[in-house]
Design a protein around this ligand. Structure first.
Ligand code: FEO
Length: 403
């Protein structure tokens, strides 16, 4: 339960959650952390707290640095329960002079904990707060991830406490970017963006431009989940700059479910068509791929080809659930196509096309349906669908190069 020093008199005092495997529908097979930070100065300040059930771990780490009762200010960058669940316990134990949050944060805290007598102090965007030798300033970041969200910046140490942004769900004994496997780190950072922030990409784009215009010197980015970026904070900013403009990697995904393997046969033939065009692709059967892992691939994919047979005039439940999840996250700049087998009514392809149209995917094929079991000619039509999507990807790439 040791705290970890980020810079002089600034400590990580959060909690590591090795057990959690689900985060509102997002699979977290590597667990997560709830990061909190302690600044020792004339006004001792705690930035963020942890999930309910992790409060004792937080308090033990704080006690290894200072008596919790000496904490003056408690900064709440974000009210979602993974960061505020332990707040009633923490407020009771430390009795802070001020609870610092955004204006929307104050409203959300009241609606979560119903404590009108807590010593709220709502800060304006850009407001500075002297702690003694160190200074905190606050940047409102509405919708990253909730309306209440804000960043805190420690001026003298050049540390940005970025709440949910720039984080990952990754439990580890290490705390810093230079201490962990880079492939695992970037996979989890990608998955986090894909499942939490894709919907807010236009806001991320504006925020990155705003932070660049402010010319904030940045030694470290300290998010509320996962590792702290101290060696290379530019790496995650560069990744966010790509993700927020929906940059395509030129690859194709065939995301499907199948009842009696007919749709699966079609999927494999479409893959053959993509292969003919030299397109890199993945076959993702929803029976064995969790929707949040699939979204990780969707984030940068150039084409999404959806396959599902018709069941009871609709879709198989895994495809219906996946479409609902993907529609909520609103990935954009994708080429789309749909296919599937059917018995007698055959609505599935139309339903998938409608969902993709609503997400502004560019449909390059009217959709391919096969009754019952495909024979050679049908599979050849699937290969041709693969050719069509593959050619559209090649044309898009050539267009990007020409632009
Ligand atoms: Fe980590 Fe939006 O909570």
């Amino acid at each position: 339960m040791r705290p970890v020093e980020l810079s002089k008199n600034v400590y990580w005092v959060g909690a590591v959650d090795w057990l959690t495997r689900d985060f509102h529908g997002y699979s977290t097979e590597r667990g997560t952390t709830y990061n909190a930070y302690l600044i020792i100065d004339e006004k001792v300040t705690l930035i963020d707290t942890v999930k309910s059930g992790c409060g004792q771990e937080l308090m033990h780490r704080i006690r290894n640095v200072i008596d919790p009762k000496k904490i003056d200010y408690l900064v709440v960058n974000h009210v979602e329960m993974d960061h505020s669940g332990s707040l009633p316990q923490v407020v009771r134990e430390i009795q802070p002079e001020r609870i610092i949050c955004s204006k929307m944060g104050q409203k959300a805290l009241l609606q979560h904990f119903h404590q009108p007598d807590w010593p709220y102090h709502a800060v304006a965007p850009g407001e500075e707060l002297r702690l003694g030798e160190k200074t905190l300033s606050f940047l409102e970041t509405r919708m990253l991830h909730w309306p209440d969200s804000m960043f805190s910046y420690l001026k003298e140490d050049q540390i940005l406490f970025s709440s949910d942004a720039f984080g990952e769900h990754l439990a580890s004994s290490e705390r810093f970017d230079d201490e962990v496997n880079q492939d695992v780190l970037m996979h989890e950072a990608t998955k986090y963006y894909a499942n939490i922030l894709t919907l807010y990409s236009p806001i991320v784009k504006k925020l990155i431009a705003q932070v660049e215009n402010m010319h904030l010197p940045l030694k470290m980015i300290a998010p509320d989940h996962g590792i702290i970026w101290r060696k290379n904070p530019g790496k995650i900013i560069e990744a966010y700059s790509r993700w927020c403009v929906n940059e395509s990697n030129g690859k194709a995904l065939i995301i499907y479910d199948s009842m009696w393997h007919s749709t699966e046969m079609m999927a494999k033939s479409i893959a053959g068509g993509l292969q003919d065009k030299g397109i890199s692709y993945k076959l993702l059967n929803l029976q064995v791929n969790h929707h949040s892992e699939v979204m990780c691939d969707v984030l940068e994919a150039g084409a999404v080809i959806l396959g599902c047979p018709t069941l009871n005039n609709g879709l198989l439940p895994r495809m219906a659930g996946f479409l609902m999840y993907m529609r909520g996250l609103r990935p954009t700049n994708k080429i789309g196509a749909a296919f599937g087998s059917y018995g007698w009514s055959g609505e599935a392809v139309k339903l998938m096309n409608t969902a993709m149209s609503e997400m502004n995917f560019r449909l390059v094929h009217p959709g391919l349906r096969v009754q019952y079991v495909p024979e050679h000619g049908h599979l050849q039509e699937c290969v041709e669908l693969g050719h069509t999507v593959g050619q559209a990807l090649l044309d898009a790439k050539a267009g990007d190069k020409a632009a």
